[in-house]
Design a protein. Structure first.
Length: 285
C-alpha cells in the first residue's frame, strides 16, 4: 500500500487529477474529534499503510498542531511525519494533491515527506483581492493598505514562491510567473473578477484552467471574503516524478529515514554540514 497522505481539514482535499490518484485521509481537529478517536484513526492508517505523512498548514490553530504531536507521542511511532506549509489554503491543497500523486510511486516515505519542501517552490499561489487592508500574511506597503479601502480597488497578490502585489487594471499588473508549463486552479469567493483566467493565465502560458470550491479558511487567510484565489502548479505525474527523482538522496543521521534536501521530513533533523577535507601530510622525500 502507498504511504498515507493525511490532512487537517477537508479544504485540503482537491478532486484527483486522474482515477489513480490516491485519496487523502482527513484528521479532524480536537474541537470535533476526541483524542481516543484520533489515536484510533491514525493507528488504522499506520496498520494499513505503514507510514503516514500529515500536511498541516502553518495557519492551523495551535490546538490542531498540538493534537498531531500528542497523537504521535502517545502512539510512540516514528512512522508519522508532520509536514508544515506556509502556502495559502488553495496552494496547500495543490501541494497535498501532488503528494497524493507521488504516494503511488516507488518513493520511500522519507523521500515523500521531504519532497513537500521541494514542491512548495514550484507552486505559484496567490489571489485577487478587493482589499488588502487586513492582509497580514503577505508583505504589502502602507500605500497599498490605504488604497485597499477605496471602493472598487482590486489587487493581484502572489504569496509564493516570492511575495508580490500589483494593482489590477492600473498600468502594468503582471505578477512574476513560472518559467515552466503549469495548470491553474482557481476558487471564487465574493469578488467578481476573471483576471486570473483572462489575464494571468495567458501571460503565464498556463496549459489548462480548472475551478474548484473556495476553501473555508481562505477568507481568514487573505483577510477578506472578496477574493478569487489561484494556484499555478505542475500537474503531470511524470514531471513531478522526475523532479523529485532528480534530487540526491541522503540518509537521516538521526532516524535513518531516506530524505532529499537539507532536512528530514519525519524527525526534522537537519542534514549535517559536510566536513572540510582533511589536510594530507606531505610524503617524506
Amino acid at each position: 500500500m502507498p504511504t498515507a497522505i493525511a490532512v487537517t481539514s477537508p479544504d485540503l482535499v482537491l478532486p484527483p487529477t486522474d482515477p489513480a490518484t490516491p485519496p487523502a485521509a482527513v484528521l479532524p481537529g480536537p474541537e470535533t474529534r476526541s483524542l481516543d478517536a484520533a489515536l484510533a484513526d491514525v493507528q488504522l492508517l499506520l496498520d494499513r499503510h505503514g507510514h503516514v505523512v500529515v500536511v498541516c498548514p502553518a495557519a492551523a490553530s495551535p490546538a490542531t498542531e498540538q493534537r498531531l504531536h500528542t497523537v504521535r507521542a502517545l502512539l510512540e511511532s516514528d512512522r508519522i511525519a508532520i509536514v508544515r506549509t506556509a502556502l495559502p489554503p488553495l496552494g496547500a491543497a495543490v501541494l497535498v494533491r501532488q503528494l497524493r500523486q507521488l504516494s503511488g510511486c516507488d518513493f520511500s516515505p522519507g523521500v515523500l515527506a521531504s519532497a513537500a519542501r521541494l514542491l512548495t517552490h514550484y507552486v505559484y499561489a496567490g489571489a485577487v483581492l478587493g482589499s488588502v487592508a487586513k492582509l497580514d500574511r503577505v508583505p504589502v506597503g502602507l500605500t497599498s493598505h490605504v488604497k485597499g479601502w477605496l471602493p472598487g480597488a482590486q489587487f493581484g497578490v502572489l504569496a509564493g514562491p516570492v511575495a508580490e502585489l500589483v494593482r489590477v487594471g492600473s498600468g502594468p499588473d503582471a505578477l512574476t510567473g513560472p518559467e515552466f508549463t503549469t495548470d491553474l486552479v482557481l476558487a471564487r469567493g465574493q469578488l467578481q473578477s476573471d483576471w486570473p483566467a483572462t489575464v494571468l493565465a495567458p501571460r503565464w502560458q498556463v496549459r489548462a484552467v480548472q475551478e474548484t470550491a473556495l476553501p473555508e479558511s481562505s477568507p481568514r487567510w487573505w483577510g477578506t471574503p472578496k477574493l478569487v484565489e489561484f494556484a499555478a502548479h505542475l500537474a503531470d505525474l511524470p514531471v513531478l516524478y522526475q523532479l523529485v527523482a532528480s534530487v540526491r538522496r541522503e540518509t537521516c543521521h538521526w532516524c535513518r529515514m531516506e530524505l532529499i534536501g537539507d532536512r528530514c521530513g519525519f524527525c526534522a533533523a537537519p542534514l549535517p554540514a559536510a566536513e572540510p577535507p582533511r589536510a594530507t601530510a606531505p610524503s617524506p622525500r
